[in-house]
Design a protein around this ligand. Structure first.
Ligand code: TYD
Length: 182
């Protein structure tokens, strides 16, 4: 996805009372987003390292589990790509091992996670982004991250049952944000 799309995300993410929002806190910019650690991450033993990047940034982990994906969930998840010539290899690559599904939360979390994930193709992604630092591929690109508030709602519902996403309350909030920020 082109970098200019990230700017659109910053402009478009202020959706009031969206279901992906954590219940704690009153700030309408608190968001939840879906991240998948792809099979290439699992195969390369990078799970801990990539989770650590998100934790160190200050994103809170509200849900996390391993899942073996199948045709049905991948055809829904990548519905916008099913007609692309690379779809069969994308689908096969996403079923090679279980993935790690994560629900991350924070102020502006959807855009922040996309920003630190970086450009789709790891060879073009900026150094310092996850894809820029950990991969050489357009497909084996370490993580999936929701690209809009609408996608975050649909994707969290696709990968998590409601009871698998936890209310973290005010945990760490006073260290992560100013009082008028979160
Ligand atoms: P896309 O939604 O365009 O990118 P992003 O993951 O950055 O939101 O594409 C989804 C996935 O499809 C991408 O992570 C890897 C795969 N893909 C390919 O295998 N080949 C391609 O040429 C593209 C554009 C994507």
């Amino acid at each position: 996805m082109p970098v200019c799309h990230f700017i659109g995300i910053f402009a478009a993410e202020n959706v009031e009372n969206a279901p992906q929002r954590p219940r704690n806190g009153t700030n309408s910019r608190m968001e939840r987003t879906l991240v998948l650690l792809k099979p290439s991450t699992v195969q390369r033993a990078l799970i801990g390292e990539i989770i650590s990047r998100f934790e160190k940034k200050g994103l809170r982990i509200a849900g996390m589990k391993m899942m073996q994906l199948n045709d049905q969930i991948l055809e829904e998840h990548y519905a916008h790509l099913v007609k692309k010539p690379f779809f069969p290899s994308l689908k096969a690559s996403m079923m090679k091992t279980p993935v790690v599904a994560m629900c991350l939360e924070g102020v502006d979390a959807i855009a922040v996670v996309r920003y630190i994930t970086g450009y789709t193709n790891g060879r073009k992604a900026d150094a310092g982004t996850i894809r820029g630092d950990y991969c050489m591929s357009n497909q084996q690109n370490i993580v999936h991250a929701s690209d809009s508030p609408e996608a975050a709602i649909a994707e969290l519902a696709r990968f998590f049952k409601p009871e698998e996403i936890y209310d973290l309350g005010t945990l760490n909030m006073d260290r992560l944000y100013a009082v008028d920020e979160a």
